[in-house]
Design a protein. Sequence first.
Length: 554
Amino acid sequence: MKQMLHTLITDGLQACFAQGSLSSGEVPEILLEVPNNPEHGDFATNVAMTMARAEKKAPRQIAQALVDAMTQGENPCESVEIAGPGFINFRLKPVSWFALLDEVYSRGIEYGQSDIGNGTSVQVEFVSANPTGPLHIGHGRGAAVGDAVASLLGKAGFDVQREYYINDAGNQVTMMGTSIWARVRELRGEQVEFPEDGYRGDYIRDVAADLLKEQGDKLAGLSDEEAVLLCGDYGIQVLLEIIRRDLESFGVEFDRWYSERSLYERDMVAKELAELKKRDLTFEEEGALWLRTTDYDDDKDRVLLRSDGSPTYFASDVAYHMEKFDRGFNRVIDVWGADHHGYIPRMKAMLAGLGHPPEDLEVLMIQMVNLLRDGQPVTMGKRSGEFVTLRDVVEEVGRDACRYFFLMRRADSQLDFDLELAKQQSNDNPVYYAQYAHARVCSVNRNAAEAGIRVPTSDEVDLSVLTHDNELALAKLISRYPGVIEGAALGYEPHRVVFYLHELASRFHSDYNRCRVLGEAKEVAQARLYLMNAVRLVLHNALTLLGISAPEKM
RNA sequence: GCGCCAGUAGCUCAGCCGGAUAGAGCAUCGGCCUUCUAAGCCGACGGUCGAGGGUUCGAAUCCUUCCUGGCGUGCCA
């Protein structure tokens, strides 16, 4: 619809230039927006105002010339008015709006899909939690947002891959091994002092018990050092499986699970370090190898190899991210918890140093989730072992509600998640509002079918019988959906879809209470069914996109 | 100290690539179930957009200073 008006305006301006009513001869960037106030029409543009300087004429005068030109021929507008300082307000004919419903039906579950991404290949890496413990609620938010962003990009015509980076190398694996080994020895009846920085969660005991049962004999013959290694590997494997399962039941699937350890096995880290050295971006100090990230706007230089020769997490991240681009991704998106934000400058610096445009890496920061119980903060931390897992929350409040909750606000603002509140309110949680709208349409469909009324095809339906304001409003809202998806995708902002969903559901519920299907004349009943099912399709598409189910009954 | 994110209705938040009267949900108050699902609808109440200064015809939106909260500022991840 916007596109149509855009063309109308451009053609109008050309006509003005041709007939001399306007002289600058240059078509400016045309901005069309939906006014807040419905009295100002369906769309408004400020072109006349932005052209004032070039034309050396009053905005309203320019607007008048343009309006005259635009309204000469056939056009989809009911009225085109000049208002205020020089806005041009367009009000479209209802028919123009209802005609757009055809597209919803012809495209079906594809409605909302666009090709603005033009097949650009994008990788979204998210969650990537250390496999040293179950996922907690913060990971859940990252999972919901990352998954939704990936889906949005897919809908916008990008070629998307979802990836989980497994931190199966480094200190935390050793610590994991040490912790499990300590529990194993406890289980054997030994007096053990638990390592100070060890993982204290109960799940470590479970892992230790399983390991003892499965490989107790083998373990008995090992030195402490060997045992820690075995425990570490075993633990990582078990926890990774738990994470996989938790994500699966949260409805998140990855195209690829990428092992950090595999980078070392293929000497990728050494290769990139050599490249950095070759480019003279590193230096040695106090026995460590540093990357001079300050050359590229970082606060301080960063260590790649510690003085004991072991690589930092940053070192493997260099290799990992360069490898991403080597795999052919045009754009790489990392979804990180906000507590890692200090890491961004060094990653960008590293890319710049290696000659890669830093803009190709986009880091989405997911702000903290403040977990509350009855208004009181719940302290979390793997070290203390006391945390609420994503699994617990999903089981308590349900996957749909959980996802909706995580997505309903901008990712870069903090989120209060009160467990008791979420449980108590699960019955009037906003997610049900949207799902309920979907279920209601399905219910009407069932009743209508029983009464022998079917949803008509675009050819059969007579939309001129739809005369209520809210019916027109619904049609307008439906037509906005593709634009919402585009905007949300380009801005990496799934919450926009949530707000749209709420608005659409709200319009629908209102309409449902006013415009009945059953008991009306057949043409009216059919037209309303037609409109209603267009709503259903959009609700379905939007909910599915966010990883939320669209139930037919509630 | 420095850096990042935030500060909008009693609470939780949208709106922020400048536009016409700042919007939702919850809470509060008042209505609507003998007709398609009341997990719903209709209405009311509620605002110095943290504060000051600047840019502009026009600022919640851009710039700047300050205040408040969170996070970061490791040879941890």
